[in-house]
Design a protein around this ligand. Structure first.
Ligand SMILES: Cc1cc2nc3c(=O)[nH]c(=O)nc-3n(C[C@H](O)[C@H](O)[C@H](O)COP(=O)(O)OP(=O)(O)OC[C@H]3O[C@@H](n4cnc5c(N)ncnc54)[C@H](O)[C@@H]3O)c2cc1C
Length: 337
């Protein structure tokens, strides 16, 4: 295992926040995991698992150990005429995995193209986009307890996936590292999901609707709407879309006919946080180093040398003003370190 001291995290988070980690361990294989456990290096220490850093906001220097899994690999575990079971390791870049699946004609995750980050983090918040969530393709998740040295494999139902959440944000958050995830994907053409947002319109540019054209359309839409973290620091959606009671959603819809409302159940509906923020006047807001992106109000940005706390202050102001105007509480999606 590779252990470093006083490492700058600026290039390990897509917000581009400068902060120093007291210790930083790169985990390159299974033996590194065992070595970390046997060395007791994490006993009585703060520690945090950092993948691609695209869903974290670093608020200060980190007085502890940052663990960075980089082990790669995609293994075909089983293949039938109709499905394939694929095991992918934590350090694999998520979009490389999507690209691999699309090229091999394995469907199911093409709508999740171009989401930044690594495969180890994907189950943590059950990543989703264009009407698809990875929970629908996950067979199981292999995890390692960094303090007891125990490996276990959780089945899909045991992961308790929900909207931007899972057991890895709750009971299996502390001490557990996701080592690999096994996906079950259809090998033959499946029901493409193309009715979300303007995906259908974008697809009209292509002759056929297939995995490759869906992937390319998703990439086109994402690059036209979302800021590239290499140019402007950000972590994608800063807030979750709020889930409210059906009564609250109807009240809002009566007052604002253009308010997007998505069905969840008879008793609950999902609102669009970006719409609420935009209508509260924040879209395109800029103050010094921080701001709200001009094309997508859900994305907070670091225009230069922002400190994590400046982003937090802005997010609190946005939460207050959305609550004042609509009576809706926004919840932060990004993980704070
Ligand atoms: C421009 C942009 C667009 C985005 N669009 C989307 C989108 O459409 N949909 C979506 O769902 N998300 C989106 N995101 C958020 C982000 O890309 C995903 O949440 C992604 O899965 C995070 O991966 P990561 O490796 O960067 O995780 P990190 O940011 O490094 O970590 C995220 C969380 O997972 C934990 N974690 C990381 N690796 C492991 C591991 N191996 N074991 C256990 N815990 C781990 C961390 O401790 C942390 O709590 C976007 C982000 C950006 C910057």
């Amino acid at each position: 295992m590779k252990l470093y001291e006083n490492i700058s995290l600026k290039h390990y988070n897509t917000f581009g926040i400068e902060a120093i980690a007291q210790n930083f361990i790169e985990i390159t294989n299974y033996s590194d995991l065992i070595e970390i456990f046997k060395s007791h290096i994490l006993q009585n220490k703060n520690f945090f698992i950092l993948g691609g850093g695209s869903n974290v906001l670093i608020t200060d220097d980190y007085n502890g150990v940052v663990l960075h899994p980089t082990f790669k690999g995609i293994e075909i575990k089983e293949k039938t005429d109709v499905v394939v079971l694929l095991k992918v390791y934590a350090g694999e870049v998520w979009d490389d995995f999507v690209d691999f699946c699309v090229k091999n004609n394995f469907g199911g995750i093409e709508n999740l193209s171009f989401i930044p980050g690594n495969c180890g983090a994907a189950p943590v918040q059950n990543i989703g986009a264009f009407g698809v969530e990875i929970k629908d393709c996950i067979e199981s998740v292999e995890i390692f307890n960094l303090l007891t040295g125990k490996f276990i494999t959780l089945s899909n139902p045991e992961c308790n996936f929900g909207y931007r959440t899972s057991v890895f944000k709750n009971e299996y958050k502390k001490n557990w590292l996701i080592v690999s995830t096994t996906y079950k994907l259809p090998k033959v053409s499946h029901n493409y999901k193309t009715h979300y947002g303007n995906l259908n319109d974008e697809l009209k540019k292509y002759e056929d609707i297939n995995l490759q054209s869906i992937r390319q359309s998703v990439i086109n839409i994402r690059t036209s709407k979302l800021p590239n973290p290499k140019e402007i620091g950000n972590a994608g959606s800063f807030f979750k879309n709020p889930i409210v009671t059906t009564e609250k959603a109807s009240e809002l819809k009566n007052k604002y006919q253009d308010a997007p409302v998505y069905p969840i159940s008879d008793t609950e509906k999902k609102l669009a946080a970006g719409w609420l923020i935009e209508k509260s006047g924040w879209k395109g807001f800029k103050n010094g180093n921080v701001g709200v992106h001009s094309k997508q109000a859900l994305v907070l940005v670091n225009y230069g040398n922002a400190k994590g706390n400046e982003i937090i202050d802005l997010s609190e102001k946005i939460k207050e003003s959305v609550f004042e105007k609509f009576g809706v509480k926004l919840e932060t999606e990004v993980n704070l370190l």
